[in-house]
Each structure stands twice: as C-alpha cells, then as structure tokens.
Design a protein. Structure first.
Length: 435
C-alpha cells in the first residue's frame, strides 16, 4: 500500500504507499499492571508502522481490545526505508526482532529466501486453509519455491493509468488514444506535448517499470525464474528499454522522481499528464498531493491491456521471535488480513486496496469517485485485481531492480546500446543469482 515511494513490486522505494506500501511491527511484552488489587498480567502489542499504516493500526485498536481486552497496542512509526533497513538487520542478527512485521512486496522475496520468516503454511498456522479468501496473485507472491508461505497479504495495488482529463481535452486526444497500444501511448504523448507543453509522464523509467511486467509466464518473476535463471536479456526487457528510449527521445518525460516535490508540482500544475501507478495513488492525489485538482483526473486501464500490480503490503512473523508470543502475533495478523470490517475500514480511510476477496462485493466499490469526475473506478480496479497473474518473487529482486535502473539510465543519458546494457545487467545478475 502506498503513501510510500512508488514501488511497483520492485523493492525500490515508493511511499506507498508511495502506496500502499506498508510496514507493521508487533512486539509482545509482558507487563504487570501495578497497584493494589491488580489481578492479572497486562500484555502490550507494540506495532511499528510508517505513515498511513500507523493510522490503520490505530483505527484497529478498539476492535482488537474487544477481542483481547487484556492486551494493549502501542503504535510507533518509522519511515518506509528506515523500517526495512531495521528489519533486514533484525532478521540477520536476531536482535530487537519484532514478532510481527509488515513487508512491502519488493522485500518479501528477499526475506523469504533467507529463512528468517516463519513458515505460515506449517502448523499451527496452516495458512493454506485461507488461501481462497485472498487475491490469488498476492498469496502466490508470499510463497517461496520450497512451498513455504512467509507472509499474509493485507493490501494490494492493482495497476491503473491516471490522466489529466483537462490536458487531454486541450490537446484534442482521448482515453482510447492513450490505451490502444504502447506505441499509441507514446504517439499521443507527442501530441499532448506539442499542444500543451505538458509531459506525458514523470520519468521514462515509469515506462520500463510497467512493460517489464507484461507477458510474464508461469514460473517466472520479473528478473529471475523459479530456478534462479536470469530473464533480463529477453524481448520483454528489450521492448521496455526501447519504449523508454522513445519517451526520452521525444522529450516526453519530466525527468523527475516519484514522491519528489517536482513530481507533486507536476500533478498540481498539469505539467505531467499521466501516471501509471497503483490504484491507491488516486487517494493520495485527492488527500494531500494535489487536492485542488479534484475532478480533473480520470482513471483508465493500462495501455495495450497490460495487467500489473504496483506494490502491496504483507504481514509476517519472524521465525526467531519468542515462541510464547507467536499465538497472539498470529491473531493480530489474521485480524488485519482476514477480517472484512478491518480490510474495508483501511480501504475507505487510507485507500489501502483490500487483498481479501470477500470485501469485493461491498457497495463502496460502486460509489463514484468525485476526484475522478464521478467515475466508479474501483470497479475497474477490482476487475484488474482478479485478473493479475502471479509473479514469482526472488531474494535478489531489489538488487536486480537497481541494476536495471542503472543500465536504463546509461541508455537514456549516455546513449548506451540496449543490447549491451541488458547483457551487462545479465552478467551482474548471474553473479548474484544463487547468493
């Protein structure tokens, strides 16, 4: 989920939320209630989260206390990157190890292969009994090649194309021009730039990020397959790099990074016409990024019928966490991921698109979204969530993302040959594949 940095399951910082992108840490500590007549121990569930997720946890406290009246919840906050750095250290050292942690999908693969997370498929968790209740691709993302399920999905980011309706109208183009094909999307960007001066997108890298997520076959991830074979020297990546290069050649990108002040200003001023992202960004635009632009935006499917997931939050239990804490930690995970009321509350208040399928019949999906000119866009996002295919995660995904971004920058900024760039990336990723 993302108020985070724009992470589209790459592990590269998106706020997400950025997104709907999320981070929870629960530490259970026994604390005696002092004073005369104290009859029982009062436990404290400490939850560490970054902005937006911390609000979801605080909102869940009354429901939690109904179920566990002798267990308090204490919420602390960390920024997205700081949290994942802390979790990396904790899992490798078993020092200050939390009992429950939330992980953005880009980190799930990295941690899953290391053995530091509890296998929730094993007894007494038996998470497989709940598998059919979650969006299939999200459950699969938390399953490693040994069949272990290392986390439970709580929110997802079905991909969408957000665009400024007023800018397109001024340029004399329509939604179909944007979505017909990737080539049409770029060509429409040329027309928009000529007529209005607005950029098609924030950064040419955004084009690469989505196109590499198209045409993925069963057993494949973004960068590696299930046998750790490297996939980047392939037609999928060639096309992604070629399209990104076309965007840059036509000067269609503003060359600004997600979650920068320039990025936000581009949305406010209408100088960035479109953004491929997770559905959660519409809420962030409305709530704090560009609220004055309400009614000027619309949502559309991704070009060429592409289906992709942008970010997602998972709750995990550390394998080395104190055994006595794990039953209550598991109850917390289930409340946040399997309770319809809690999932919908997070959706309505923080735009955390639910991973729980039984929320999909709620009337909230049918409601028009004023920020999007009255569009009932959640219906399209719901359809996309059901159709997105599972993509395997790998422990080196975050490293691979950095390598690919570096090579793309060399293509865009220095004119490096695409075939050479991808071959160089392939060599580096091969060296890390089995680590």
């Amino acid at each position: 989920m993302h108020v985070r940095t724009l992470l589209i399951s790459t592990g590269r910082a998106v706020a997400r939320r950025c997104v709907l992108g999320g981070v929870l840490v629960g530490m259970l500590v026994g604390v005696l209630v002092g004073g005369p007549g104290a009859a029982q121990a009062q436990q404290v569930l400490t939850v560490a989260a970054y902005p937006a997720v911390d609000e979801i946890v605080r909102a869940a406290i009354p429901r939690w206390r109904q179920l566990h009246p002798t267990v308090d919840i204490r919420v602390t906050s960390r920024q997205f990157s700081d949290h994942h750095t802390a979790m990396t250290t904790a899992l490798s050292t078993s020092v200050y190890l939390p009992d429950v942690m939330a992980l953005e999908v880009g980190y799930v693969g990295r941690f899953a292969r290391g053995g530091g997370l509890q296998d929730l498929a094993a007894a007494p968790y038996d998470i497989a009994q709940f598998k059919a209740r979650w969006v299939p691709y999200a459950y699969q993302q938390a399953t490693n090649r040994r069949g272990q399920v290392v986390a439970a999905p709580t929110d997802i980011g079905p991909g969408t194309l957000l665009y400024r309706h007023d800018v397109l109208a001024k340029a004399g183009v329509g939604e179909a021009d944007l979505t017909r094909s990737w080539d049409s999307y770029v060509a429409t960007g040329v027309r928009i730039k000529a007529a209005t001066g607005a950029y098609l997108m924030a950064h040419a890298r955004d084009m690469k990020d989505i196109v590499i997520r198209t045409g993925i076959q069963p057993g494949e991830g973004l960068y590696y397959d299930s046998q750790s074979r490297v996939l980047v020297n392939s037609p999928r990546f060639v096309r992604a790099f070629e399209l990104a290069r076309e965007v840059r050649r036509h000067k269609l990108d503003a060359k600004v990074g997600a979650w920068s002040s320039e990025w936000a200003e581009g949305f406010k001023r209408g100088t960035i016409a479109t953004q491929m992202t997770g559905a959660w960004l519409a809420g962030h635009l409305n709530n704090w990024l560009a609220p004055a632009t309400a009614g000027l935006w619309r949502a559309a499917p991704l070009p060429e019928g592409a289906m992709a997931a942008y970010g997602g939050t998972f709750l995990a239990i550390a394998r080395a966490a104190p055994a006595a804490h794990k039953p209550l930690a598991w109850q917390f995970v289930k409340l946040m991921t399997l309770d319809r009321t809690m999932q919908l509350a997070a959706f309505k208040s923080q735009d955390a698109f639910p991973a729980l399928l039984e929320t999909f019949d709620d009337a909230f999906f049918d409601q028009p979204i004023a920020f999007l000119g009255g569009q009932p866009a959640r219906l399209d996002w719901r359809d996309a969530a059901r159709r997105i295919a599972a993509v395997d995660v790998h422990k080196q995904d975050a490293f691979a993302s950095e390598v690919i971004d570096t090579e793309l920058d060399k293509v865009l900024d220095r004119g490096k040959d695409i075939a050479t760039a991808l071959a160089d990336a392939q060599r580096l990723l091969l060296q890390r594949a089995k680590r």
